[in-house]
Design a protein around this ligand. Structure first.
Ligand code: BV8
Ligand code: ZN
Length: 279
């Protein structure tokens, strides 16, 4: 018979035996923390669709506008907290590693750039699309952590999402600049924009986690953006058990062994609760 099961005990049995669990996440895992998702209303900022600003072309044309957009998201996320799903995933990683001395592992492979998995306690995290809190110098290519709030004086108070916010372009010299001694190059957010390739070392880390995976949870993603959207279906095609946790079915649901409808702050902790119980 076609279609996924919602048999939580069957999933728990699989997870209790699994050695290399991968948790693939999207914006939905942070939704209940108050971080807007890309679908629905959350996908807009001023009069723009997020997708139209998350491109190299937009940055080329108006770095000031794109920096306002990312500054807004940096500041917004700093006011939010990890939720029960982030914590349950981090707790499962810790307990697995503790009881098995590292033989059993859980790795998060996230599309999110909000850093909430790490703030929730996860250590093994692959950020497929980069991070709001890293910068990338357009001149010397230096990648640096940056949690400054604001990231530069000129962006203080800028980035308000309402369409009629003042958006006098900030002169390039006052946008975030590289701190490497004599570089001073214009910084960009270290995120993967649409039309850009994912970074080779990131792809390698994701492939390493996925190649050993023997059980996969897919949490809060619409499975629309590639190549991230390809990972879970590719596992399912190799008969690796995949459990999807989402408010609603997605375009990928039919490929998966399990689908658990509902808010992931309820469904994910339930699924991971007994992960280290002896079988
Ligand atoms: C690339 C960083 C090679 C920036 C992001 C046509 C067909 C197919 C592909 C393409 C195409 N045209 C272009 C492409 C390629 C493109 C792509 O896939 N486009 C899509 C739109 C079709 N991909 C790329 O460009 C990628 N690069 O392909 O390189 C290449 C090179 C040159 C030219 C072409 C190709 C790079 C993609 C990375 C883009 N960067 N983020 C930033 O964040 O600003 S993508 C960004 O959007 C996110 O990272 C994420 O990946 C995506 C949003 O998806 P989700 O995370 O799933 O979030 P969403 O809001 O959609 O869904 C939320 C889900 O949660 C929903 O299902 C909802 O029901 C659920 N939910 C909500 N609340 C809860 C919940 N579930 C449970 N509990 C809840 N409480
Ligand atoms: Zn530089």
């Amino acid at each position: 018979m076609g279609g996924p099961s919602a048999d939580l005990n069957a999933l728990k049995g699989i997870l209790q035996k699994a050695k290399r669990i991968v948790v693939l996440t999207g914006a939905g895992v942070s939704a209940e923390s108050g971080v807007p998702t890309f679908r629905g209303s959350g996908g807009f900022w001023r009069t723009y669709k997020s997708q139209d600003l998350a491109t190299a072309g937009a940055f080329e044309r108006s770095p000031s506008l794109v920096w306002e957009f990312y500054h807004y998201r940096r500041e917004l996320v700093l006011t939010k907290q990890p939720n029960k799903a982030h914590h349950a995933i981090a707790e499962a990683e810790r307990r697995l590693s503790e009881v098995s001395g590292g033989v059993r592992q859980l790795t998060v492979v996230t599309q999110n750039i909000d850093g909430l998995h790490q703030r929730g306690g996860s250590n093994r995290v692959v950020e497929l699309h980069g991070s709001l809190y890293k910068t990338w110098c357009t001149k010397c290519r230096d990648i640096a952590e940056n949690t400054d709030s604001p990231i530069c004086p000129a962006l203080e108070g800028r980035g308000a999402p309402d369409p009629d916010s003042p958006s006098e372009p900030i002169p390039s010299k006052d946008l975030p600049r590289c701190r490497k001694d004599d570089c001073r190059g214009l910084l960009r957010p270290y995120v993967v924009w649409f039309g850009e390739n994912l970074h080779p070392e990131t792809l390698q880390r994701a492939d390493d986690a996925l190649s050993e995976c023997d059980a996969c949870l897919v949490v809060g993603t619409s499975s629309v953006v590639y190549p991230a959207a390809m990972y879970a279906p590719a596992l399912a095609a190799r008969n690796i058990p995949v459990a999807e946790f989402n408010l609603e079915p997605t375009s990928a649901t039919y490929d998966f062994m399990f689908h658990f409808p509902g808010p992931c702050t309820q469904t994910v902790p339930e699924a991971l609760a007994s992960i280290t119980d002896s079988q």
